[in-house]
Design a protein around this ligand. Structure first.
Ligand code: URP
Ligand code: ZN
Ligand code: ZN
Length: 477
């Protein structure tokens, strides 16, 4: 008779708060025990020499999304979540996007059809609110939040998604009423349009000018505006995909004033620069790096590290938003060749998020392994209401990554398992790599081989975020 279904033996367990030598005993899908010399398991995994960490939670990925008025995405749930488990993740939170003429409820229902039976890892949905009608905010939103869709994103740019200030205030206020957590894409639409038209008129249409059209001031201004609206309504927000010093300092300033403003940054902002958008010679290869906000420069990397080290940022995500490079719907499609404004925005990165943060962060002494776990898993679980995820303790889901901290890998497209036909990090060298991914007690990836099934991931209704609700001292109190 075995004591456990699975025992992971001989590894070093790393959580957000501790590093200890311990075995992990799993019963069914749940962690049952941690300790030295645990009894036998039906199945045993030797984790000697490896770190045993909570499976990654990537709270910012885009899958199967009608792409901002542009071409279809390269990943639906099947390939996107394959890529996620290849990179050590066990949960993703993509976005159910409301079209302008669509109800929020319909957007969520349609998105379930994309995900059902197609996911290799567990998943929940954020919502994207593009049409904040009285019905959406007064009826659908509270009902959906009560059903476990407890976070939403609003955009301050993109023609099909941008909300004006009044609309943003209405969304924040409605979210405050029902306890939804609001994520905000902070880039100012009018400033970007102004810059884009000026650049186009002067013939500066190559992919690099995407970065010129949305400099840090555009992100900083929008971040400040969003923070001011959060303060006015008393509603906490998460400023997502922060790219450099200027927006980071706005969040730090807000936090220093006691406002509940959170920050997220992403892989591209510590590993890519705007120079990458130049391609080989202002050519189409630069489109491979077009995302928003754009990657900046080395000084911005340092600022982002400073924000990570000092706690300005709580989450480190991929903002996985995959498009093909080649073909009629690719990043260099015929229309995109006429100017950067037509290049679909977004890059694939769910598989490289953990290796690059480990390599650039832990291996280079910038953060500890415990901070790594907080930034890639635990904080995502806490902030987004995933109450059984993000930690290794009895009662939690047995979502685990076995991590080899010394394994050196050159990132290539072949390792990505995603639907896109390229990776922006081709040739990038990392130290630290997932050897196995375990989802609720079952090994779904081992040494790069996908062993899981696409119907294995389950939908996760989420609890209200402990960070959401109303801040004390709102103007209308
Ligand atoms: O370029 C990006 N990041 N596209 C994804 C959409 C978004 O704003 O997160
Ligand atoms: Zn965004
Ligand atoms: Zn995004």
């Amino acid at each position: 008779m075995s004591d456990f279904d699975l025992v992971i033996r001989g590894g070093t367990v790393v959580t957000a708060s501790e590093t200890t030598r311990a075995d992990i005993g799993v019963q069914g899908s749940t962690i049952a025990a941690l300790g030295l010399n645990l009894g036998r398991g039906n199945k045993e995994i030797d984790a000697s020499g490896l770190l045993v960490m909570p499976g990654g939670i990537d709270s910012h990925v885009h899958l199967a999304q009608p792409a901002f008025g542009g071409p279809a995405m390269a990943d639906g749930f099947e390939t996107g979540t394959r890529s996620a488990i290849a990179g050590g993740n066990t949960t993703v939170l993509p976005f159910a996007m409301q079209g302008r003429g669509e109800s929020l409820r319909q957007a969520v229902e349609d998105y379930h059809k994309e995900a059902d039976g197609q996911s290799y890892c567990d998943y929940g949905f954020h919502m994207i609110v593009a049409n904040p009608s009285p019905a959406a905010l007064g009826q659908d939103l509270p009902a959906l939040v009560a059903s476990g869709y407890t976070s939403l994103k609003v955009f301050m740019t993109y023609a099909d998604l941008v909300l004006n200030d009044r609309e943003i205030l209405e969304v924040f206020d409605a979210a405050g009423e029902c306890g939804a957590l609001v994520m905000v894409h902070c880039e100012g639409y009018d400033a970007i349009r102004f810059m884009t038209e000026k650049l186009e008129k002067s013939g500066r249409t190559a992919p690099y000018y995407h970065a010129v059209s949305r400099p840090q001031s555009v992100e900083r201004e929008a971040a400040h505006r969003a923070i001011s609206h959060a303060e006015l309504t008393g509603v906490p927000i998460m400023v997502v995909h922060v790219s450099g010093r200027e927006a980071m300092e706005q969040i730090r300033w807000a936090q220093s004033r006691g406002l509940k403003i959170m920050g997220e940054t992403c892989t591209q902002y510590i590993s890519l620069t705007a120079e990458d958008l130049k391609g080989l010679n202002m050519d189409d290869t630069g489109t491979k790096y077009v995302c928003s906000p754009p990657p900046r420069d080395h000084a911005s990397w340092e600022a982002i590290w400073n924000g990570i080290q000092t706690g300005v940022f709580q989450t480190f995500s991929s903002d996985h938003c995959p498009f093909y490079f080649e073909g009629e719907v690719g990043k260099k499609n015929p229309k995109a060749r006429t100017g950067f404004q037509w290049v679909p925005n977004g890059i694939p990165g769910v598989a490289v998020r953990m290796p690059i943060l480990w390599s650039e962060g832990v291996a280079k002494g910038r953060i500890t392994a415990n901070q790594f776990v907080a930034l890639t898993s635990t904080n995502h679980a806490r902030i987004y209401g995933l109450t059984t995820k993000g930690s290794l303790a009895p009662g939690f889901d047995a979502d685990i990554v076995l991590w080899d901290p010394a394994h050196e890998v050159t990132i290539t497209q072949a390792l990505m398992e995603h639907g896109a036909d390229y990776t922006p990090w081709e040739g990038f060298r990392v130290t630290g790599w997932p050897r196995a991914t375990i989802l609720r007690g079952e090994v779904v990836m081992e040494e790069g081989r996908i062993l899981g099934r696409k119907d294995q991931g389950k939908f996760l209704p989420r609890a209200l975020s402990p960070m959401a609700g109303r801040m004390a001292g709102a103007a209308l109190d």
